[in-house]
Ligand binder design. Sequence first.
Ligand code: V47
Length: 620
Amino acid sequence: MSPNFRDTNLLPIWQKIQNGERLSLEDGLILYNTNDIISLGKMANYVQQKKSGDAVYFVLNQKIEHTNICVLSCKFCDFAVKKGDPDAYEMTTEEILSKLTPEIMEVHITGGMPADWEWERYVDIVRSIHEKFPQADVKAYTAVEIDFFHKKFKMPIEEVLRQLQAAGLRTMPGGGAEVFSERVRRLLFNQKIGAKTWLDIHKTAHKLGIPTNSTMLYGHIETLEERLIHMLKLRETQDETGGFLTFIPLAFQPGDTNIKPHDQFTSAIDDLKTIAVSRLMLDNFPHIKAYWVMLTEEVASVALNFGADDMDGTVGHERIAHDAGATSPMELTKEHIIKIIKDAGKIPVERDVYYNPLNVYSDHVIGKIPYLNSIPFYANFEKRQFRILPVVPRRMGVLNSKGQIDAGLFSLMDYFSEEENLEFMNWGLASRDQVKSVMLFSKEGWLDLNGKTIGITDDTATSVQLLNVLLEKKYGVQARFERLHAGVNDLSGYDAVLLIGDEAMRRNKYGLNGFELVFDLAKEWYDWKKLPFVFAVWAVKKTLDDATKNELKEIIERSLEKSELDFVAVAGLHGKELGWSAQETKEYLEGFNFRLGEREREAMQEFRTLVEEVETVSIK
Ligand code: V47
């Protein structure tokens, strides 16, 4: 992909993006000021594709704004009222529960801050939802509300968050950030917390394993420079914690706020630029959300080709934007969202609050393990009618069992369990001796792991079985397995931790604090069996027609052959992000057999027999 740049000022920025270099505030200003909006969109789409392939996420969610009574009086807000106002409302927990249904996967709670609610009422909302609708993840209370609880109920921030987490809170929404500018804060929301407190609260949440979202309210009195400083502060915090899931630019709805005439909405050009610039500046953010409620459906759908890979969700009844004159509908049906995403040429992916895919609504979906080792298959993949969905092995297995993936590099265990529906394709990921990316980080030697607790990455389908076979059959010991949940984890309570893919490679480089011993599972297997280990195999749905299957085979072989000519050219940048030098990345990829022959088949058979002999893995 090379945009046909009308604005040559963009060329050095494009170079930086391709080299994986960070953009500066000055770069951001050039991007914002360009009229070459198509090149801007293409650059952002390029980065989006690298991160999310063709996926655009949405969630079946319900917004709950439990009350509009608020002690604050922010100038930009048309939602909040004072107690006694004829429009004031307060929802009971029962009323909140009555808004939910078993299909809802995310409940997004944020509201006003009344002077007279008890702490228990806020906790009860979270707990009751979590108990009555356990399938739904609770995303509750902005940093502004958390700070309010901290002051009003005289509890440390960490304690507020711990109690909410214990009640069932999973993530925090990104609201209340507004714009990280003291100038704007004084003028528009001088009673609200500033940048430092907002960021500190999110950092505390990340430390507790609560991932969070982030927002920026734009299109009122802020300058472009202030927007970019806001993004840079978020980027810096993300470098520290890695706990942000997404960034959501919120287009200001003027309503009766008197900040701007009530019909002076942000322009579509400004909205698209803001989405694209944020995608390019926030290189360490996994997702950028096009919040259709504030952007309108039309702009949100174009934004899906300007760097956004998420559409929020069905939302249900929303008031904050609509009280301020938003012209979007109150809610969208799932079918409507799917149509918008398909019309944008992307794969609609229904997700949970952590962005785990739950359902995929598209034909010709090719699953891609999003790790360095799969790059040779995909770097030169000519897409034609196919669409690429990056998804970690275990989740790909779940989608595959629902028949929602047409072909892909499947984890070996998932291939075994769906073998009758899949055709084996002779390519895969097989280690020769060591693999370097399926690693057990341990406090104990193998024999001392008997009866101990091992944290297992949420991603794995096959490596955990290999670990189990090694423990039981090679070393004659048994351990307890506990799944490491999404978010930032405190690993100190485990005796060992199994990591795979990029995370294992990163930790392999920098070490995992407190875990002195590091074992490569493929090496353990090789020393024992003198066989390669097959972690994943390419397979295609048997039901796909022959012409499509043959076309796909041709594309995969051609992509692999091209990549094999120069591993550094296709994967060097990805390796660099993990802290690996070009030479190390090259050697790492040279350590794989991507074509599966007799010995690999023998290894697969041997492993299958052993898995059947050991007790089924149970992971708490
Ligand atoms: O913090 C208030 C903003 C936010 C107006 O985390 C306004 O997934 C526009 O944060 N015009 C709340 N915006 C909404 C929010 C959000 C929305 C969707 C998803 C997520 C998420 C978070 O709404 C407030 C404030 O910044 N807001 N008034 C207005 N007139």
